[in-house]
Structure formats: C-alpha cells, structure tokens
Design a protein around this ligand. Structure first.
Ligand code: ADE
Length: 318
C-alpha cells in the first residue's frame, strides 16, 4: 500500500547538492522510512513555465520511465508540491566519467576500450527503444558504486515516432543544405539554435555532429559521432575538435579537421576514423553500415566479452 502512495518532500532528509543544471538542482537525499539514498532532482515550476520548458521536463520523465538498463540512471518516483517538481533518481556515488579523465590525464588502452564498450552497449539499448540522447559527453556519464557507467541527463533527448524513423531513413543530403561557407556567414553564438524545419537542439559544442550543425537534424548516428569524440578523448585526454571559441569548433567539425596523434596505435586510429565520418550514414555502427554488430566486432574491442560487461569488475578504481 505504502509504495502506491505519492511521496512528499518531508519523507526525505535532503543532503548535499550533487548536481546543477539550468533548470534543476540535484541533491543527495535519504528516505526516512527506508534509509535508502537517492538523488533527488528538483525543478522549480515557475522557472520551467517562465522559460517554456514544460515539454522538455515531460519528455525527460517519459524517457526515464521507458529506460530499463543497468547502464542508465533510473527514475524511482516523482512527486510535486506547490513550488517544485521532484524526480527520485538512482544515486551514482562515484561522480562523472570526466573526473577520471581529468585525474588520469587520459585513459590507457584497456580503460578506454572498456568504457567505450560500456557506452556502446548502452547506446545499442537506447537506440533499440528508439531514443536518441543528443547530449552525450563524459559529464553526462556518471559512475556508480561498482564503477559501471550510469548515463544521465535526458533533457535534450528525443523519442522517435514511426514517422520520424521513416524521415531519418529517407532523408539523404539535407545536411548539405548549408555549406561550411554559409555557416561562416551566420556564425551561431551557441549550439542552441532556433527551431527551424526540424526539431530544436541543445547540446555541447565539442560533441555536436555535422548533421546537427548543418541542418539541425539529429538521428541515432549523431550519438555515434559523440561516441567517436569520447573515444578520442579517452585515449588522448583531448577533444578531437577544438578552437578558441565555439564557432571555430563548429567549422573544424564541418571540415572534419582533427589531428590523429602519432603515438596512437593503428587499431584505435582506425576505429575513431570509422566513426568520425561526416556522412551520418557511413559511420561504423549506424544501420546502413551494419549496425551495432559491426561496431562491436571492430578489432578495437577484440578483448571485450560483451555478455560479461554488466557483471564484471571494471578496470578503474574510484
Ligand atoms: N548528479 C546529478 N545526478 C546525479 C545522480 N543521479 N547521482 C549522482 N550525482 C548526480
């Protein structure tokens, strides 16, 4: 009976602040009855209404409720009071994957491979239920007690309808509507662009795909592009596409201007090169290129036992 009643703020002891976004604050909280720890995301209603973000909040909740996989943050409960909305999430106690890249400078081949593989499994699942994350980056990959990944932040994610799926298949060169030169003339200040013919986009400059920059068109393959950027970052400690400002980063992305470090092994180079491809339909792992099986059978993952990833002990300590 108790599990069916809505929880309320006073059922919890709110602890330290563990995360902050433009529309939410996340606290570590303990449920008094059960002594269970969780992360409670608090969203201020007036702020969401003022900024017209209701749609995104609803979408995030719908998506979190749909996801049921060990490599993703879970939504346990929601409730609201007069001022706020509350999302009760699983608590990832070991911080962000980004913290570990910073701490170690970069990852060795074993750790890079390992976490790339966890992300691949997570994306395979996410895409199988027709969800695109659209803001994948090491800040949005949290680490749980056992140092497995917990992908979070579905504030920019989308669930694709049958109509969208058809659209994605049929659309070919829409991303070439704008050339690099035209982009130059209309330098966007941030990645957030106005809603034009497709859907609105919010993301992070370093991981944004060419198709999103060119035509604000995101697809499953846009998440693969972000994966390619992260694999590069794991192995080198650097972003593949850099610049003095966002606009320079965008130009380099659109021109596929990045340097493969000389000391990187040929297998890793080949893997990155096959993902960081301008044409979204030619990236390793996309449907047209053989899907996730082709990604998982690349020699980069030769040592990975895919069925054991979820239960094994990861090669990284907190
Ligand atoms: N920061 C934001 N969300 C979090 C979560 N679920 N666990 C730990 N830290 C977080």
């Amino acid at each position: 009976m108790a599990s069916h009643t809505k929880k309320k703020r006073s059922d919890f002891i709110f602890g330290i602040l563990i995360g902050e976004g433009s529309f939410s604050t996340v606290y570590l909280a303990k449920e008094i009855n059960t002594n269970r720890e969780c992360a409670v995301k608090v969203l201020e209603k007036s702020h969401i209404l003022k900024e017209k973000k209701e749609k995104y909040v609803t979408r995030e909740k719908d998506i979190l409720l749909k996801i049921n996989h060990p490599f993703f943050i879970k939504l346990y409960f929601t409730f609201q009071d007069e001022g706020n909305l509350y999302f009760g999430l699983s608590y990832a106690s070991n911080g962000q994957l980004l913290d570990y890249i910073k701490k170690l400078g970069k990852f060795d081949l074993e750790i890079s491979r390992y976490y790339s593989a966890e992300i691949v499994l997570a994306l395979e699942y996410l895409h199988s239920i027709n969800i695109i994350h659209r803001d994948l980056k090491p800040e949005n990959i949290l680490m749980n007690e056992g140092m497995h990944i917990q992908i979070t932040d579905f504030g920019s994610a989308r669930i694709l309808s049958e109509e969208d799926l058809k659209d994605i298949d049929e659309s070919t060169t829409s991303e070439k509507n704008l050339s690099v030169e035209e982009e130059t003339a209309h330098a966007p200040a941030t990645v957030e662009r106005s809603f034009t013919r497709r859907h609105s986009f919010v993301g992070t400059a370093q991981y944004v795909s060419p198709e999103v920059l060119n035509s604000n068109f995101s697809c499953f393959s846009s998440d693969l592009w972000a994966l390619g950027c992260m694999v590069y970052q794991f192995l080198t400690g650097l972003h593949p596409f850099t610049g003095r400002h966002e606009y320079e980063i965008f130009q380099r992305i659109l021109r596929l201007e990045y340097k493969m470090p000389d000391d990187l092994d040929d297998c890793s180079k080949d893997f990155i090169e096959k993902i960081l491809v301008l044409d979204r339909k030619k990236r390793l792992g996309c449907k047209e290129m053989g899907g996730y099986n082709s990604l998982k059978s690349h020699p980069f993952f030769a040592d990975i036992k895919w069925e054991e990833l979820v239960t094994c002990t990861p090669p990284l300590q907190p």
